[in-house]
Write a protein that binds this ligand. Structure first.
Ligand SMILES: CCCCCCCCCCCCCCCCCCCCCCCCCC(=O)SCCNC(=O)CCNC(=O)[C@H](O)C(C)(C)COP(=O)(O)OP(=O)(O)OC[C@H]1O[C@@H](n2cnc3c(N)ncnc32)[C@H](O)[C@@H]1OP(=O)(O)O
Ligand SMILES: NC(=O)C1=CN([C@@H]2O[C@H](COP(=O)(O)OP(=O)(O)OC[C@H]3O[C@@H](n4cnc5c(N)ncnc54)[C@H](OP(=O)(O)O)[C@@H]3O)[C@@H](O)[C@H]2O)C=CC1
Length: 502
């Protein structure tokens, strides 16, 4: 019997961000391995016209939860959605709910965050810093609390090259930032944002660093730990390979490449692609919850959940494998044949942007206009290239994360726990993982049917023929123009194809 699974039995667990990518996989694993847990409280807000209950039902009815429901058929009864909005100062939790949460919770997993790189600083601070502070305050009033696990990011100190499992101080105290967000207006915040974030690439990594400082400063008397995952990708093994449900991290760019929109990228092929499967992150997080509660370490321990130092994969290799997978498993209705030119040179990137992105988009929009339809490709391209520019920072650099605490924790696990809560990234076979990742994107994100693969392949063949035809026509036109203007070109032509009467 797994000690960790047994530990969660009978427990009341509070999860924030349970409707997100990581939160869903965390819940699923808890239900599957500890079906006798007492209750999972999840802090949820209504969204997209759906009530809390509808959101929960939708999550539980997804394929992700099929196995969990077999093991724990009464999962609906064990999940309790509590209305909350972490954007509100009091988190908008009702008095009754608050009372129940305070008196019953044993473990807190704080996953909620805004992960958008370009969020307004006020909003990012509210969610990633202030809400963390409020949750810690709540936690400090929970008599039965055994552990508070905060999910941060390995990139919270990405202004450094080598990152240890410690909290690095931020130049301005989080409390001062929180206070200033209350009275500064948006225009002033916009103006001071670049100065505040300094050498951090965006408001996301900056506020996640502030959030860690808050945990250190205000979680002192609690049993707290921080997990720092790198770029979280699709599931590796559990509950099945390749599950993914949002565009974050590499997923969006894999779609853009597979659909033939993105054909070149400013990326360093030899930079480490520090992707980590979401099930590894969840396994480590649950092991951290157990260890923190049972061993009660004296200080706040930080756990890096990264792949680069133990089993590195590089962007060049990842790109190559993604493209190889498209040969076998193409996406439907591609705009162009998938291809990707990686270059770390800015001038070459601009050239590829003009030739591979803007030119086809403009030509296609011209064709749409001619056929009486609304042009849309240049707009889409504009959005895509803006997104790419936001991600470029992370695909042109490598970082070294020390993983002493993570390795220490692994050594404390029994062989059974090491199997059930496996977070040993050395066992991951990248080629297999990437293939399953692409397949998962096709099935679970794009919702494409496998039966459509032969047609998708046919479509790519047609695109290839159009491409050859287009290039041949372009070459002939260019050559004809050259012949009209250059004696040398005419001489070459007559040398190759002498006129009949000679
Ligand atoms: C060498 C290369 C090899 C390649 C080889 C090539 C060949 C093979 C293929 C390639 C293979 C591998 C690829 C390698 C690259 C991986 C890079 C990963 C880096 C990640 C680092 C993460 C580090 C930190 C980890 C963390 O700790 S945090 C978790 C990560 N956090 C995020 O990943 C948030 C990102 N997102 C945003 O930050 C916002 O989304 C924002 C984008 C600003 C737009 O923001 P905005 O302009 O305001 O507008 P939106 O409405 O948001 O979006 C507007 C529209 O873009 C859509 N769209 C949102 N996102 C994405 C996205 N990703 N990708 C694509 N589209 C996206 C959205 O659907 C909407 O489309 P629509 O619905 O309009 O049609
Ligand atoms: N994905 C990644 O690559 C990485 C993620 N992380 C960290 O992991 C954690 C989880 O990320 P991930 O699951 O990918 O992110 P998602 O964007 O998928 O999920 C974010 C979660 O936060 C919730 N949330 C956001 N705003 C509010 C709010 N105002 N009130 C209540 N809930 C809110 C969302 O709820 P709703 O559904 O209502 O929007 C959702 O459940 C984050 O802390 C992130 O920083 C760290 C490294 C990499």
């Amino acid at each position: 019997m797994s000690t960790i699974a047994a530990f969660y039995g009978g427990k009341s667990i509070l999860i924030t961000g349970a409707t997100g990518f990581l939160g869903k996989v965390l819940m699923e694993k808890l239900f599957r391995t500890s079906p006798d847990l007492k209750v999972i409280y999840i802090l949820v807000r209504p969204k997209a016209g759906q009530t809390l209950q509808q959101r929960v039902v939708q999550i539980l009815n997804s394929k992700l939860f099929e196995k969990a429901k077999e093991v724990c058929p009464n999962v609906h009864e064990k999940i309790r959605a509590v209305y909350a909005d972490l954007n509100q100062n009091d988190l908008a939790i009702s008095k009754g709910d608050m009372q129940e949460l305070l008196s019953c919770t044993n473990i807190v997993f704080h996953c909620a965050a805004t992960v958008r790189f370009n969020d307004h600083l006020r909003h990012a601070v509210q969610l990633n810093v202030t809400a963390t502070q409020k949750l810690l305050l709540m936690a400090s009033q929970m008599p039965k609390l055994e552990a508070f696990i905060h999910i941060s990011t390995a990139f919270s100190n990405c202004n450094l090259k080598h990152i240890d499992e410690v909290i690095y101080p931020c130049p301005v105290e989080p409390k001062k930032i929180i206070d200033s967000m209350e009275w500064l207006d948006d225009a002033i915040i916009d103006e001071i944002t670049p100065k505040l974030i300094g050498d951090q690439p965006n408001t996301y990594t900056y506020t996640k660093a502030l959030g860690e400082m808050v945990v250190q400063q205000e979680g002192g008397n609690l049993n707290v730990a921080i997990v720092r995952p790198s770029i979280v990708g699709a599931t590796w093994q559990e509950p099945f390979p390749g599950w993914v449900d949002n565009l974050n991290g590499p997923s969006g760019l894999i779609i853009a490449t597979g659909k033939g929109f993105l054909r070149a990228l400013r990326a360093t092929p030899m930079a480490v692609a520090d992707v980590i499967p979401v099930d590894i992150v969840v396994n480590l997080t649950l092991a951290v919850g157990w260890y923190t509660a049972v061993q009660r370490p004296k200080s706040t321990l930080i756990y890096h959940c990264t792949s680069g130092n133990l089993n590195p994969c590089y962007w060049g290799k990842m790109g190559f494998q993604v493209l190889a997978t498209f040969e076998k498993i193409p996406f439907e209705r591609a705009f162009r044949r998938p291809n990707a030119d990686l270059t770390s040179n800015t001038f070459t990137t601009q050239y590829w942007n003009a030739v591979s992105h803007w030119a086809p988009a403009i030509i296609y929009d011209f064709y749409l206009r001619l056929t009486g339809r609304k042009p849309r490709m240049t707009k889409l391209m504009n959005r895509l290239l803006r997104t790419v520019s936001m991600l470029e920072y992370f695909i042109n650099r490598s970082w070294e994360w020390s993983t002493c605490n993570t390795e220490m924790l692994m050594s404390k696990l029994s062989p059974e726990d090491q199997r059930v809560f496996n977070f040993d990234v050395r066992q991951l076979n990248w080629l297999e993982y990437i293939e399953n990742y692409v397949l998962g994107i096709k099935k679970y994100l794009l919702k494409e049917d496998m039966a459509g693969i032969p047609e998708a392949k046919q479509h790519l063949k047609r695109l290839r023929n159009i491409h050859y035809l287009f290039n041949t026509a372009l070459f002939l036109i260019a050559w004809r123009l050259l012949m009209a203007r250059s004696q040398m070109a005419r001489n070459v032509w007559f040398f190759i194809c002498p006129p009949y009467n000679l």
